[in-house]
Design a protein. Structure first.
Length: 105
């Protein structure tokens, strides 16, 4: 049971980044994911350690987090955004609500 399900009042379509191919970047087909979208500007560090500006944080069910790898594309309110970072918040055996947090451009 998802203890945070009542907070997933938004939805995003995510295209998971598969890597680079002979014709450019490759993505999985879009998948709709229930989430909470926080349109808040903040500084984050990307996978290369560079400081970049995130415009949106997407929070959702932990079992959907694997779709939001850095470089994946999400559509929020009609705008396509690239995932900068992903954090999986698991309880590690404690009785804590689990979720993912993805920051995007």
């Amino acid at each position: 049971m998802d203890e945070l399900a009542e907070f997933w009042v938004h939805e995003t379509a995510v295209r998971t980044h598969k890597g680079s191919g002979p014709f450019g970047e490759e993505y999985e087909p879009p998948v709709a994911v229930p989430c909470f979208v926080d349109a808040r500007r903040q500084l984050v560090r990307d996978t290369g350690g560079r400081e970049v500006t995130s415009e949106t944080t997407i929070t959702g069910p932990v079992h959907e987090g694997h779709r939001f790898t850095p470089g994946s594309l999400t559509t929020v309110n009609g705008d396509e955004r690239a995932v900068i970072t992903l954090a999986l918040r698991t309880g590690g055996g404690l009785d804590l609500p689990e979720h993912f947090e993805a920051t995007t451009t």
